[in-house]
Design a protein around this ligand. Structure first.
Ligand SMILES: [Zn+2]
Length: 61
């Protein structure tokens, strides 16, 4: 799936209305069609919170 996000601003080149949203079963991500900058958008906040805590456990061991 691929769709434009109206009014979205690229955090890299500040272009407006050049951000495309890609989506599959695993994740969503944005890509700027102007500069190619990509940003992943995790489907749930919980999954992102798990990763740092796993890294902390590895460091403690
Ligand atoms: Zn850009």
């Amino acid at each position: 799936m691929k769709r434009f996000i109206a009014g979205a601003i690229c955090s890299a080149c500040q272009s407006i209305d050049r951000i495309v949203l890609y989506e599959n079963k695993q994740q969503r991500w944005h890509q700027c069609i102007l500069c190619g900058h990509t940003e992943t958008m995790p489907n749930s906040d919980q999954s992102t919170e798990k990763h740092p805590s796993e890294q902390i456990k590895i460091i403690q061991l």
